[in-house]
Design a protein around this ligand. Structure first.
Ligand code: XIL
Length: 355
């Protein structure tokens, strides 16, 4: 296992000193490896469940919820005094097989029962919840930009308010997060999505939906993510004016467009992390920065975004031997630049909606 110099604090202590949560997504298989356990504790004061807390993972057998894996992850966090970010209560890609067909009424009943049971089970033990994941899909053609999903079909556009209001009653201590993908990109469709997200949040906050934080997944692509990004800056400022905090919930940097040479790839990936974090940390009241996987050996990108040359992706902060990569140093440098504790953002009373 790689030994790290004592002078280089891990990311966890850098984050704590700045009032930030910093961590990663784990699976129960990550918990059994001692060297990994030690490294996680050096770099994380927050963990989340990569997939074992999702509805389809919990209800892999029809009508028989199994929380054993999720319980193990929460126990790991509790035993090690780490914050825990719940991921995710309602996501169109994590609906159990048995509920993908059937009546809207049956689906609504099952979805509400899952939300109630799951939030109640962990109430008081989770720092935050991704209550709803990926609510928007402008390509589906709705004026409000909502994704056409079983949740929308069965519960109507009020499904967002319903989910957040129920979660707030069942766990008043958890920060409730609306998590979204693709808000970070410098593409026309991303700008459309950012504008629709601002309108959605404005509508929901005006009706009292208890959304406290916007989750920005942050699945970036090296050589595609711009170093400067004025539209993202403007968007984040609008989010701040609404009094919302921001969580970077699933950060990784795909290197599938980068040259194969490992040193060059690692340098490009590190620069992408640095530029992105400098921008987001400058413009937001950040609660947490979380990567999606702890080492290159645990990235989902080898299946989701494989490199054309077949070389394994190197998208994360540590390599498979737990060695700190240039990306790790880039993230540490970005965290060191943060000089504000991420207290709750305050709405700007004078702010006029700008979209
Ligand atoms: C992915 C996991 O990494 C995979 O292991 C799983 O098979 C599918 O889901 N956005 C999300 C995450 O919100 O839940 C997804 O995680 C990645 C994209």
């Amino acid at each position: 296992m790689a030994q790290h110099g004592p002078d280089e604090d891990g990311l966890s202590s850098v984050a704590v000193r700045r009032g930030l949560l910093c961590g990663t997504a784990l699976c129960t298989s990550d918990l059994s490896l001692q060297p990994l356990h030690h490294a996680i504790l050096q770099d994380c004061n927050l963990v989340t469940a990569e997939y074992e807390m999702k509805w389809d993972a919990i209800q892999s057998r029809p009508h028989i919820p199994d929380y054993s894996a999720a319980d193990k992850l929460v126990a790991f966090a509790t035993d090690n005094a780490l914050a825990f970010h719940g991921h995710t209560l309602w996501w169109h890609e994590a609906i159990p097989e048995v509920y993908r067909e059937g009546s809207d009424a049956d689906f609504a009943e099952a979805a509400l029962q899952h939300l109630d049971m799951t939030v109640t089970r962990y109430t008081g033990r989770l720092t935050s919840w991704d209550v709803i994941n990926e609510a928007l899909e402008p390509a589906h053609g709705r004026e409000d930009g909502l994704r056409r999903s079983r949740f929308l079909d069965a519960l109507g556009p009020d499904y967002i308010a319903t989910a957040f209001s129920r979660a707030a009653v069942l766990d008043p201590t958890a920060v409730l997060v609306l998590n979204e993908m693709g808000l970070e990109y410098d593409l026309p469709e991303a700008e459309t999505k950012r504008r629709m997200m601002l309108s959605l949040l404005e509508r929901e906050l005006a009706r009292g939906t208890p959304i406290a934080c916007l989750g920005i997944q942050s699945h970036l692509t090296a050589l595609e993510q711009p170093r400067e990004h004025p539209r993202l800056r403007a968007f984040l400022r609008e989010i701040g004016r609404m009094g919302l905090n921001v969580m970077i919930t699933e950060m990784d940097v795909s290197d599938h467009l980068c040259p194969r040479d490992q040193r060059r790839r690692d340098a490009i990936v590190a620069d992408t992390y640095r530029a992105y974090l400098d921008l987001v940390l400058d413009e937001s009241s950040i609660l947490a920065v979380s990567t999606w996987g702890f080492t290159d050996g645990s990235t989902w990108l080898n299946s989701f975004r494989p490199r054309a040359d077949g070389a394994p992706q190197r998208p994360l902060l540590l390599d498979r031997a737990l060695r700190r990569k240039p990306a790790w140093h880039a993230v540490r440098k970005a965290l060191l630049r943060v000089n504000h504790a991420a207290g709750p953002a305050q709405p700007d009373p004078g702010a006029e909606p700008s979209h």
